[in-house]
Design a protein around this ligand. Structure first.
Ligand code: ZN
Ligand code: ZN
Length: 416
């Protein structure tokens, strides 16, 4: 058995790219200067990861579930619940969870801006006003709302007999009227949920439209945040947590609500890193430092999520993606220096590719590297899509956390 080992999972969101990322025909990862990730490749083994499976274009949520060893086809409940948990709302079985946008609509509920101009100040006042949400048609249902970053937030409805089988209110296009939410299955639970959500959307307009923040925004020519648009209805999944599966205690270090939510639902404790923003300006070094401190404080596992490469990919910004990857490399260098490599296994990968020209997630595999005392070294000299094609790990789907658990001797035997 040997001494207890520790595991680290680092996900650089949207890490992978395409040769069309740069004029020289290199991916952003190839173009970036990454001495520390190259050192990982030399000390460990690399390969290609299909986050969900070959030919599947992953969402960040489903890819993360798969990387954690869950089956996204069976266990993905919809995005709302991850956002709700990630912003710190308490959820239990049966609660109906949504991610939300603050949006701008006219008096006829025609959407003028789906993100209320990416509002970045005054969300506290909006959040405060929405504490009065209360469906009159179902007074026993309790409503909880919390704002997160910019226009984003989460909504939780607590009450009996609420089904997530309802349509979306968000027309996903400017100039269209907010859609009536309707049940997608013929059950009283779905009909009831649809009716309550419609009522809450109307109520949000009454509560938000005359707030001082919105009068100020209109005076400045900015779109008012006068409607709450819920989407991604989901209930709370019962995932087998990492403490249940492996008997280990761990932390999630992330800024985006979705990633915090995945970690918390997997049984990890959320730790806030100083300067972590979830954007390209995030202080990823502080995340690495916090992970190292938590592990030396006795935690068995740390999941660190870094978002910027994905955001830069969505923005078609190769320079920003390259410089964010270089920041990730620097943070990784801190871990190379400060972790106890006699007792730690680390996996570094992305949850999908976000190439520059396409500007969204694609289905190609992403490079992955494992390092630690039980990892058999391969011949890789650098960490990139190209070296990963020849890597000792080959090409495989999902299950990064179970593989880490394997190196760490945490797994129960399947059979006898
Ligand atoms: Zn992602
Ligand atoms: Zn993305």
């Amino acid at each position: 058995m040997g001494a207890a080992m520790k595991g680290v999972l680092i996900i650089a969101d949207g890490l992978g790219g395409r040769p069309t990322d740069t004029p020289e025909g290199k991916t952003c990862l190839q173009a970036a200067r990454t001495p520390n990730l190259d050192e990982l490749a030399r000390r460990g083994a690399v390969g290609l990861l299909d986050p969900i499976g070959p030919g599947v274009r992953p969402g960040s949520d489903t890819a993360h579930l798969s990387i954690f060893g869950y089956d996204p086809y069976r266990e993905y409940p919809g995005r709302g619940v991850f956002e709700a948990v990630g912003v710190g709302l308490e959820v239990h079985g049966g609660d109906l969870c949504f991610r939300t946008n603050f949006a701008t609509v006219d008096e006829g509920f025609v959407v003028l801006d789906r993100r209320a101009g990416r509002i970045h100040r005054g969300q506290e006042e909006l959040e405060q006003a929405l504490q009065a949400l209360k469906p009159k048609s179902a007074p026993e249902v309790e409503v909880f709302f919390k704002a997160s970053t910019e226009h984003r937030g989460a909504l939780v409805l607590k009450g009996p007999d609420l089904s997530p089988a309802i349509t979306e209110a968000d027309p996903h296009r400017v100039g269209r009227r907010v859609l009536d939410v309707t049940p997608t299955e013929d059950t009283p639970q779905a009909r009831r949920a649809a009716q309550i959500v419609n009522e809450i959307i109307r109520q949000s307009y009454e509560l938000l439209k005359d707030l001082s923040i919105n009068r100020e925004r209109q005076a400045q020519g900015l779109p008012p945040a006068n409607l709450l648009l819920p989407r991604g209805a989901s209930t709370v999944p019962r995932l087998e947590t990492l403490p249940e599966r492996y008997g280990v205690q761990g932390v999630v270090i992330a800024a985006g609500a979705l990633y915090i939510g995945v970690g918390v639902l997997a049984g990890l404790e959320f730790k806030r890193a100083e300067g972590a923003t979830g954007g390209v300006d995030s202080n990823v070094l502080s995340k690495a430092k916090l992970a190292a401190a938590e592990l030396s404080d006795g935690k068995d596992f740390a999941f660190v999520h870094m978002k910027g490469a994905d955001s830069a990919g969505h923005d078609h910004n190769a320079a920003a993606k390259i410089s964010f990857i270089e920041k990730v490399d620097e943070a990784f260098g801190y871990l190379l220096e400060h972790l106890d490599w006699n007792e730690t296994h680390l996996a570094f990968t992305g949850d999908h590719c976000t190439p520059i020209v396409y500007g969204d997630h694609t289905s190609e595999p992403v490079p992955v590297g494992f390092v630690g005392p039980n990892v058999l070294r391969d011949d890789a000299r650098e960490f990139s899509e190209k070296s990963a094609q020849q890597g000792g790990l080959g090409r495989f789907s999902s299950n990064i956390v179970p593989m880490l658990a394997g190196y760490n001797n945490w797994l129960r035997k399947f059979g006898t």
